[in-house]
Write a protein that binds this ligand. Structure first.
Ligand SMILES: Nc1ncnc2c1ncn2[C@@H]1O[C@H](COP(=O)(O)OP(=O)(O)O)[C@@H](O)[C@H]1O
Ligand SMILES: [Mg+2]
Length: 178
């Protein structure tokens, strides 16, 4: 099945899987950019070095970012402005929660201020925060809850030059209550 057909299936709610080498990541980014809408929260799951940030950088480029997306490992949150975007999304709030150990730390990021009606959030290591931590975060900050939660899980393959991408969806309930 061609990538575009797979992504169409994903958009309709099915989980789909594909293997990609790094040269094919831009093509996936184009297709995912087509599916994303304002108020989505895209979760990127996978071990260190799986290829999460590589994917975000490519996604940002495809969506019209003027600057290169760098890893928010230390800043925790990078806001990427999109310029020539063909979509309705004008900014990406890119987070890397690898270093966040307590959900309270989330409450000081100012995410609720950065998320506008035309933002999407893209989050690496969202699983570092327990579901109760996310619930508390939404209660305390009054951050707008995501409308849709697409998930891309990236895994290493034995063949080092390929990665395995699983695309699925989480419900808000699943995200907030486990
Ligand atoms: N589809 C892919 N196939 C092969 N190598 C990849 C792929 N995607 C990313 N990489 C490589 O994996 C390494 C780690 O990527 P990175 O995006 O920093 O991982 P993460 O953010 O998940 O820790 C980089 O050297 C990158 O070039
Ligand atoms: Mg990363």
């Amino acid at each position: 099945m061609r990538h575009q057909e797979l992504i169409d299936k994903w958009e309709l709610g099915d989980a789909v899987q594909l293997h990609l080498s790094q040269v094919n990541v831009p093509e996936l980014a184009v297709q995912v950019a087509r599916v994303l809408r304002p108020s989505d929260w895209l979760l990127l799951e996978g071990d260190l070095g799986a290829g999460k940030t590589t994917f975000v950088a490519q996604l940002a480029r495809e969506m019209g970012a003027k600057q290169n997306a760098t890893s928010p490992t230390f800043s925790l949150l990078n806001v990427i402005q999109l310029e020539s975007s063909g979509s309705l999304v004008s900014r990406i709030c890119h987070m890397d929660l690898y270093r966040v150990k307590r959900s309270q730390e989330l409450q000081h990021l100012g995410l609720e201020l950065e998320i506008t009606q035309t933002s999407i959030a893209v989050i690496e290591w969202s699983e570092n925060i327990e579901p109760e931590g996310w619930s508390e975060f939404f209660q305390v900050t009054r951050c707008k809850k995501p409308v849709r939660i697409p998930v891309i899980k990236i895994a290493h393959e034995e063949n080092k030059d390929l990665r395995f991408y699983s695309l699925s969806w989480k419900s808000l309930n699943e995200f907030l209550f486990g």
